[in-house]
Design a protein around this ligand. Structure first.
Ligand code: AGP
Length: 616
């Protein structure tokens, strides 16, 4: 999740931007930079790799002052963070300077188009493409605002940008496309601020405007003019007054961290992909694993160990790793693995999945693996956590802090990381044709947008159904194949924050017992994607209905048959079968969230639970 800070006003922008970037520091960095317009109208830029303190040092050695200014940070990405890839990015004449959060899904096509016009690129980022596009429209005779509008309308995917130009001094232009992290405009006295997150500018003002999808703003010291990006039509924005409570501030426009983190999933998936897959060739780079082709070919089995939601992510990963990398996978609870004296071969790998990286049972499983001298990998979110430190190889989720006890974005980031791992192992084993690699890469490139579309499609229906079903005292969640773990995760989400008993079950097992439970008081959530077991799931729904059960089906858009069978249907976009679970889990997350809110529960800190279970 990149951080953005901008300032326009009479003061020197540099200290304000650096202070703002430091306020986002709780997440870590791989590079940072800033640009200002100096008093004589020139653009000065400083960029540095590594921690923000490195940028501080560079600026102390090579001071600069000016206003307006924009600054940017990138999060701990694997791959090669470099000074030339750090933001801000510009065209060669520095007519346009930009910072960016998000992913330009069609940047290759745009890059080729610009290169054909003789444009030479100074970085391998998608962001630089935006700078050249704006510059091109600017030199075609448009004013800066029009040039930004035309350029952003060419972009596909979710992006948040802040632009400045020496052709429009005392002005910043901010815009938001999709869910690429926020664009917050802070309203000061004779000065104004732009940031990706409230804490960065809270010291200066509590009055803020939150740009929404396809909205933009021209930010000057004395005024802010908002307009719709596609039409240019101006509108009067809502000005929010943020409570001083930093925790409340960090929630931004959301009521709970869990809600915020559910809606951060497009960005989290973008960030977990960043720097790890080349969308042109399909090549995957997981530098943290150090797996040679010979070691990949020798790999005999992966033992995935995790707890709770991470365990369910590991169950999804079994399908991905076995299908794509053709490696047998066993999945075990950390608390079970650590005491069952597991049989491990020296060519096996133990893979731990843990958002916190501090779950004691998962750490104990890693310790057991090390005691048996077996290679260990970890997929973790918290940089520098114990699981990351003790494992031989690490894949960081890069999902940004997950504060809500109920894990959401870490689950989907873990699944995507397991998909990357499967591709990486398959690639090292020589199992992927170039076409296969490209197909997978393009599916992953589209995933953040599909997740954003799913959030938009299901938010209101899940809230309505929560009101309809929140009085139930028991739920059953059913799924088959790669959606069986989603049934388990959906049940866990509901029970841990609403305190309603819920059980996930493989749908094929209904007739072996659970069907005895079915009556009108036990709603059933059925995952019915149009995959190879769709017909089986439909008949499962019919079996429940035949016993007066009530069914909420989660199904693909366009499926009319299921609407004749189920009481309620939540429609989600269709995705490739191996990525469909990433979309199917979203209505489960939101349904649980809205039921808990309807019950008046403490969603972010549910009773008896903790964010990281560091005791047995
Ligand atoms: C999930 O919503 C729960 N909070 C819990 O099951 C959690 O997933 C489990 O404790 C594992 O945590 P970890 O991912 O940090 O290891």
């Amino acid at each position: 999740m990149c951080g953005i800070v901008g300032y326009v006003g009479p003061r020197d922008a540099v200290p304000i931007i650096l202070e703002g970037l430091h306020r986002l520091e709780y997440r870590g960095y791989d590079s940072a930079g800033l640009a200002v317009l100096t008093r004589n109208g020139q653009v000065e830029i400083r960029r540095e790799v590594g921690k923000l303190s490195n940028l501080d040092g560079l600026i102390a050695a090579e001071p600069l002052t000016g206003s307006p200014g924009i600054g940017h940070t990138r999060w701990a990405t694997h791959g090669k963070p470099t000074r030339y890839n750090a933001h801000p990015h510009t065209d060669p004449e520095r007519d346009v300077v930009i910072v960016h959060n998000g992913i330009v899904e069609n940047f290759l096509e745009l890059r080729e188009e610009l290169a054909a016009e003789g444009i030479r690129f100074a970085s391998d980022t998608d962001t630089e493409v935006i700078a050249h596009l704006i510059d091109r429209y600017l030199h075609a005779g448009n004013d800066l605002v029009t040039a930004v509008r035309h350029a952003l309308q060419r972009l596909e995917g979710a992006s948040a940008v802040v632009v400045m130009s020496r052709h429009m001094p005392d002005t910043l232009i901010a815009a938001r496309l999709g869910n690429a992290g926020g664009v917050v405009i802070g309203l000061g006295e004779g000065e104004n601020f732009v940031a990706s997150d409230i804490p960065a500018i809270l010291p200066y003002t509590r009055r803020m405007i939150f740009l929404e999808n396809r909205q933009a703003a021209v930010v000057e010291p004395e005024r802010v003019r908002c307009f719709h990006l596609d039409t240019g039509v101006p509108f009067q924005p809502t000005v929010h007054t943020i409570p001083w409570d930093p925790l409340a501030a960090a929630k931004g426009e959301y009521k709970h961290f869990m809600q915020k983190e559910i809606f951060e999933q497009p960005q989290a998936i973008t960030d977990t992909l960043r720097g790890r897959i080349n969308f042109t060739t399909g090549e995957v780079t997981l530098e943290g694993l150090h797996l040679s082709p010979a070691e990949a070919r020798a790999l005999t089995r992966i033992h995935a160990v995790a707890c709770g939601t991470s365990y369910y992510a590991a169950l999804v990963g079994k399908y991905l790793l076995e299908r794509i990398a053709r490696v047998p996978v066993e999945v075990d609870y950390g608390s079970e693995f650590r005491y069952r004296d597991p049989i491990l071969a020296e060519t096996d790998v133990v893979l731990a999945i843990s958002q916190s990286g501090e779950t004691v049972d998962t750490l104990a499983a890693l310790e057991e693996a090390r005691r048996k001298q077996v290679r260990t990998w970890a997929i973790v979110n918290v940089v520098g956590s114990q699981a990351a430190r003790v494992s031989d190889g690490v894949i960081y989720m890069q999902a940004g802090p997950e504060i809500g006890v109920a894990s959401t974005k870490a689950f989907t980031a873990s699944v995507v990381d397991e998909y990357l791992l499967a591709l990486y192992i398959a690639q090292q084993r020589g199992l992927l044709t170039r076409q296969d690699a490209l197909t997978h890469a393009r599916a992953l490139a589209l995933l953040p947008k599909l997740v954003g579309d799913t959030l938009a499609a299901v938010d209101s229906i899940t809230r309505e159904l929560a009101t309809k079903y929140y009085r139930a005292r028991n739920f059953l969640y059913l799924g088959r194949g790669i959606h069986y773990p989603i049934a388990l995760e959906g049940a866990l989400k509901l029970k841990e924050i609403s305190y309603i008993h819920a059980e996930g079950y493989p749908a094929g097992e209904m007739k072996h017992g659970p069907i005895a439970l079915i009556d009108e008081d036990m709603p059933v959530v059925a995952l019915v994607p149009q995959d190879h077991v769709y017909d089986k799931m439909v008949s499962q729904v019919e079996q429940v209905k035949a016993r007066d059960g009530r069914v909420i089906a989660i199904a693909n858009v366009g499926d009319e048959l299921i609407a004749q069978k189920a009481d309620d249907v939540i429609y989600i976009p269709k995705a490739p079968p191996l990525l469909q679970p990433v979309l199917s889990v979203i209505p489960c997350q939101l349904f649980a969230y809205y039921v808990a809110v309807r019950l008046g529960n403490d969603v972010d800190q549910p009773r008896n639970l903790a964010k990281s279970v560091t005791v047995e």
